[in-house]
Design a protein around this ligand. Structure first.
Ligand code: SF4
Ligand code: SF4
Length: 439
């Protein structure tokens, strides 16, 4: 077998996908209350369009974007606005949110009369993405209409669909690849039109060969869609790694994929763009993988935005074993939660519960200069020196060692025998460097 495409560096953590990969997507219960943050994307927060006591219908816009880099938010249920108040999001930051008490029965989503997708212009697709509140659903939550408006001097020739799902445990994209194959391809081709590219490449890791077969069989009708198989390695789905693996192009430090003629979008986002264009459906629900050894019956749930994690866990039969860590997102880049109250946002790909047997709570000690962090860093940085500079408050040196180029994949910490939490140091260095640049 030919060598699979990949990048340099990276790690092979236990993937544990089998817990949920065979579970078909099913709807999550409607909670007794949804909490919809007015900022759940990169960029400016929304201003509420509703007030306490208002009736709202599912899909109604309830928060308007106030800047180009922002995305409107929509009611995920029909019901009554209970409050507009500050609620902690998955990072712990308090954000203004619309709290809705859902009606006892929820209407089925009514598809709008279908549009001829082939006739949509780039401008129309960007407007659809904007009005539907689309954001990157792989976790980054960058507004899609901004991403598909590349600078005029940076022509895009290739749209890459990141179907790697390289984070351990998560399977929501895998299920979409299997269950929404045609819609994904249609969404990917809309992205292609939006940026004026000539081809789409769907990159899938080799641990999802059933999805590769499904995609290849459906994509064979399109000359502009290719399906490529990639090595199973973390972080294969990171933008710069994926672009290099699939095209051999290197995005320079500090630059965006448009610098090398590429646009990378996540599977969920492409499907959501299809739903917005073909059905007039805004982004108010998403597939969330609820899994881990601490979850009784792992599942892939179609959850309304604003649903508390506790409701998803209950829908999966509750907790089992000795659960010690609840993570929103995957275990490599997700956020540990203090409790299960946190509401689902557009970027929530998973809820993972780890048990004591899986969590190595070693204490941070001094660097032993083994060089393992350098070996695995896919950005070719020296994470050990970034840590050292940060500990000493030497911000210029931290920047020189590439703190700003680190995209916080966590490979370095994963390999470190001294249990050094490199990403925490990098985040501190980034904040200090940014603060000093503002002065
Ligand atoms: S330094 Fe940053 S990019 Fe490099 S391995 Fe560590 S977290 Fe990943
Ligand atoms: S992996 Fe840890 S101990 Fe080894 S060089 Fe890097 S920081 Fe030091």
């Amino acid at each position: 077998m030919a060598e699979l495409k990949t990048f340099q560096g990276g790690i092979h953590p236990p993937y544990n996908k089998e817990l949920a990969s065979g579970k078909a997507i099913k709807p999550a219960p409607i909670p007794s209350e949804v909490v919809i943050h007015l900022q759940q994307h990169v960029g400016a927060p929304c201003e509420p369009l509703v007030k306490e006591g208002d009736r709202v219908e599912v899909g109604q816009k309830i928060g308007e974007a106030q800047a180009f880099v922002s995305a409107p938010v929509h009611a995920s249920v029909s019901g009554v606005v209970k409050a507009i108040t500050e609620v902690p999001n998955f990072t712990g930051a308090k954000v203004r949110s619309v709290v809705i008490t859902p009606d006892a029965t929820q209407p089925e989503f009514q598809k709008k009369p279908g549009k001829d997708l082939e006739s949509l212009t780039a401008e129309e697709i960007r407007e659809i993405a904007k009005e539907a509140g689309l954001v990157g659903m792989g976790g980054a939550a960058f507004p899609t209409h901004v991403k598909i408006t590349p600078p005029s001097d940076k022509p895009i020739d290739t749209v890459i669909i990141n179907a790697c799902e390289c984070e351990p445990f998560l399977t929501c994209d895998h299920r979409l690849l299997l269950e929404r194959t045609d819609d994904l391809i249609a969404g990917a081709r809309l992205l292609k039109t939006a940026v004026g590219a000539s081809r789409v490449i769907i990159g899938v890791e080799a641990n999802k060969m059933d999805a590769v077969d499904a995609l290849r069989s459906r994509a064979s009708s399109y000359r502009d869609v290719e399906v490529e198989v990639l090595e199973v390695k973390y972080p294969e789905g990171a933008e710069k790694m994926l672009i290099f693996a699939l095209t051999g192009r290197k995005v320079p430090p500090g630059k965006l994929p448009s610098e090398v003629g590429c646009l990378v979008q996540n599977v969920g986002t492409a499907v959501a763009l299809y739903e917005a264009a073909a059905w007039g459906k805004p982004l108010y629900e998403r597939v969330v993988t609820v899994t881990g050894p601490g979850v009784r019956e792992p599942a892939n749930l179609l959850a309304r935005v604003g649903t508390p994690v506790s409701v998803l866990l209950e829908a999966c039969g509750g907790l089992v074993g000795n659960p010690v860590k609840l993570i929103m997102g995957g275990p490599m880049t997700g956020w540990t939660q203090p409790d299960a109250k946190t509401p689902v946002v557009k970027g929530t790909s998973g809820v993972v519960v780890l048990t004591s047997e899986m969590v190595d709570l070693g204490e941070e000690s001094e660097c032993v200069r083994c060089g393992k962090c350098v070996e695995v860093c896919p950005m070719f940085l020296s994470p050990n020196f970034i840590v050292q500079s940060t500990k000493r408050g030497q911000w210029d040196r931290a920047e020189m060692w590439g703190a700003l180029d680190c995209f916080e994949c966590g490979c370095c910490s994963y390999q470190c025998p001294a249990y050094i939490p490199h990403v925490q140091y990098v985040r501190k260095a980034k904040a200090e460097i940014a603060a000093r640049k503002k002065k």
